[in-house]
Design a protein around this ligand. Structure first.
Ligand SMILES: Cc1cc2nc3c(=O)[nH]c(=O)nc-3n(C[C@H](O)[C@H](O)[C@H](O)COP(=O)(O)OP(=O)(O)OC[C@H]3O[C@@H](n4cnc5c(N)ncnc54)[C@H](O)[C@@H]3O)c2cc1C
Length: 479
């Protein structure tokens, strides 16, 4: 069966990959000239890569790890020491570590918290551990119920003091969602903590060994093409064309550079585009439906990713770092962490600036200048004195609408992959799946969509009687 998928981010590519596995023929239509959506990357005129986002992979990403294994590229993940490393703003240039010992979970994570002397008092550790108990004992149901609170409200309800918020969790919230603890839903942090507590290597971090477009997305595309599927760049979905019964008749693709628009017809259709552009092209009759109206409750959050190349090595640390700076979230020296970006003599820092709402409209020069001012605190040895580190070049990538903004109450707006339209499905990290708006969430959502399509259209019928294949009247599991 032919399935048209709009969007070649990880959700669209994962959906196409699993559809080919099930014997279907996907055609992926991506608006831009680059694969990957939020994991896209470009090469500049010097041959250096720059990316939409600094991307860390976690041990608690089973679907991503499975996908890499199925593609035979799991060795492209460079696993780092099992530790979380934080800057200490009150002691510029120093770091605090949560080293996770290689013992079963949750004792490994508990031991890492107990052994850290810099960031939490004993009282805070005990209160936080007690506060986490319901999440551990009552599981995901409790975690979902906490969506009514911001993470800051949840911490206060547990009697955990303000310092914890300023110490550890601002950094964690900014890293996971690009917003602060007073804005982020408690469900988000509790979901992540639960995974880390339940899986021995859940909080272990890896970096890809090169750019995600080249090292992750391209192999998925090769896999799809080798099995008869198609992936087209520069193919923006302009309009969803409807049949009289409001099912999809075709995808109208905008012709670029003077070319005619083109209709792509298929047996089933998937939107794997992010939620903001999807809302903009929803057909009028669908906008009346409660399922699609709920999408109004979701919107992408702004974030900025910076790449700074320096004339010297600023650090030898081969890991993700939580800056704990007001401007920045996480960062890494990619010349240490990533094989293809390696340089023994010069640092290339990749840094996430979040929350970015007040910065997204500013010029690249202003953003770089403010970031360098923060680096003076993170690397005082290299930026003070007579011979400060010199910035050789920079790239700033602004994403005004990235992953959905995970404020309290959003869970109810996240749609299922199966829609009330018989031949139309959704994929994307914003759709409802067990993980956050993340690479893992995107891959899982695509897989769930492929599963739903394969269940609704068993391949024996679709492949043997291709011309007779018609969508069923309603989806089996209408949300
Ligand atoms: C700065 C940053 C850092 C991040 N760090 C991490 C991290 O460390 N770990 C992690 O797990 N996740 C991280 N993420 C989140 C992760 O990148 C996303 O959750 C995931 O990649 C989303 O994939 P997706 O396929 O759901 O959506 P997207 O990647 O948004 O894909 C949607 C695709 O649809 C295309 N599209 C849009 N409109 C149309 C149209 N009309 N027609 C056709 N195509 C269209 C877009 O161009 C895009 O390619 C980060 C994100 C950012 C921005």
């Amino acid at each position: 069966m032919r399935v048209a998928i709009a969007g070649a981010g990880l959700a669209g590519l994962s959906c196409a990959k699993y559809l080919t596995d099930a014997g279907h023929t996907p055609i992926v239509l991506e608006s831009r000239d680059v694969l990957g959506g939020l994991v896209a990357a470009w090469k500049d005129s010097d041959g250096d890569w720059y990316e939409v986002g600094l991307h860390a992979f976690f041990g608690a990403y089973p679907n991503m790890l499975q996908l890499l294994k199925e593609l035979g590229i799991e060795d492209r993940l460079q696993w780092k020491e099992h530790t979380l490393i934080f800057n200490q703003p009150e002691k510029p240039g120093t770091l605090s570590r949560f080293d996770v010992p290689d013992i079963p979970s949750p004792f490994n994570v508990i031991a890492s918290i107990l052994r850290n002397k810099d960031m939490l008092t004993w009282e805070q550790k005990i209160r936080f551990a007690i506060g986490l108990l319901p999440a551990v004992v009552r599981g995901q149901k409790y975690v979902e119920d906490m969506d009514k609170y911001s993470f800051l409200e949840w911490l206060k309800r547990q009697g955990v003091g303000e310092r914890v918020t300023s110490d550890v969790f601002i950094a964690a919230c900014k890293a996971l969602t690009f917003i602060n603890p007073d804005e982020v839903s408690a469900t988000i942090l509790l979901t992540a903590l639960n995974r880390f507590l339940q899986e021995r290597y859940g909080s272990k971090i890896a970096f890809l060994d090169g750019s995600p477009t080249e090292r992750l997305c391209s192999p998925i595309v090769d896999y799809i093409r080798e099995r008869g599927g198609e992936v087209r760049l520069n193919a923006p979905l302009k309009e969803i064309l409807l049949n009289p019964d409001n099912t999809v008749k075709g995808y109208l693709i905008r012709g670029l550079n003077g070319a005619e628009d083109e209709v792509i017809a298929a047996d089933s259709y998937v939107s794997a585009i992010s939620v903001d552009p999807l809302k903009a092209i929803l057909p009028k009759p669908w906008k009346q439906m409660e399922f699609f109206q709920k999408l109004e409750g979701l919107e992408g959050v702004p974030v900025i990713n910076l790449h700074l190349w320096f004339d010297r090595k600023l650090t030898q640390i081969d890991h993700l770092l939580f800056s704990r700076s007001p401007l920045l979230s996480v960062y890494a020296d990619m010349s240490n962490t990533c094989r293809k970006y390696a340089n023994p003599d010069r640092s290339m820092l990749e840094l996430v600036l979040a929350p970015a709402k007040d910065w997204i409209a500013k010029s690249d020069e202003e953003i770089v200048a403010a970031t360098i001012a923060e680096l003076e605190k993170l690397f005082p040895d290299h930026f003070g004195g007579d011979n400060p580190a010199k910035l050789l070049k920079s790239h700033v990538v602004k994403t005004p609408r990235s992953v959905y903004k995970a404020t309290p109450g959003r869970q109810q707006y996240r749609p299922a992959q199966v829609t009330p339209i018989a031949n139309f499905y959704l994929a994307g990290s914003y759709t409802m799946q067990r993980y956050l708006g993340s690479m893992e969430g995107a891959v899982l959502s695509g897989k769930l969509t492929a599963q739903a399509i394969s269940e609704a259209f068993p391949v024996a019928i679709s492949s043997n009687l291709q011309t007779l294949t018609r969508p069923p009247a309603t989806n089996a599991a209408t949300a």
